[in-house]
Write a protein that binds this ligand. Sequence first.
Ligand code: SF4
Length: 301
Amino acid sequence: MSTDAEDERRILARIVRQRLEALGRAGIGQIPLPVPLPAAPSMPPKPATTAVPASPKLAPSPRPAVAPTAPAIPASRPSLPPPVMSSLFEEPKLEVSIPAGDREGLLASMAAEVSKCVKCPHLASTRTQTVFGEGSPTARLMFIGEAPGADEDRSGRPFVGRAGALLTDMITKGMGLSRDEVYIANILKSRPPENRTPLPDEVANCLPYLERQIAIIRPEFLCLLGKTAASALLETALPLGRLRGRWHRYREIPTIVTYHPSALLRNPDWKRDAWADLQTLMNAMGLKAPDRKKPGGTGSG
Ligand code: SF4
């Protein structure tokens, strides 16, 4: 079993490789070595307190940063952000705007393409079928998990097992939406054997499909379920506890990170935090929780 340090090294290696590949595609074949700086003159001592500019409304887009440092993140789990400002949630500025009427057809043809994918030979040879994703092509909100499990592999649909039942409760009982109103997908479209964590190469192979799904649907919000989804889309090796409780941007789309429903099944105490994440999302989306007896009971567990 790999350690967190090994996981982080693998994630960082993948981020560097993807960045180099992107530079290559852009025609940049060489990266000049940094010129050594002359010895810095001695600097006056820093004042005891430094004026800090007002913090940005959102965490900066992760795209330009390979391994973002997090100077503003306290060591302890951050509290949830104050009520978000409306300017944070302007229309996402994605590169391409696909007409709403074209999205279903584009997703269907892409699903057919993915169903034949063998980029990960081992996964392609062990899966029953690919699990592309499902939901509204015009969804305001997209949930993104890790990979299909056994139930999903059998049915061809995302989040249909016990974790799926909990996610469905979070969407319906917690947020007052239906599954048909959102879009649900995973980082991997093929099941890893024994439900193991996806390998970095597998994530790198499959991520372009998800990126195309997001570009077609253009959701207003993303909710990343678990560390694999957060690491892949936000290109960060930070642990989940340091990604929760604040807003991120994925290609200008306001993005929240929360626990994967499978983790909530193993750790029911975390449901309170997951509920707080959903409430942050709902406030931003202008949604009110449906009337019910126990506002914190997001699922049967
Ligand atoms: S996980 Fe994705 S990239 Fe790998 S074989 Fe399946 S569909 Fe293809």
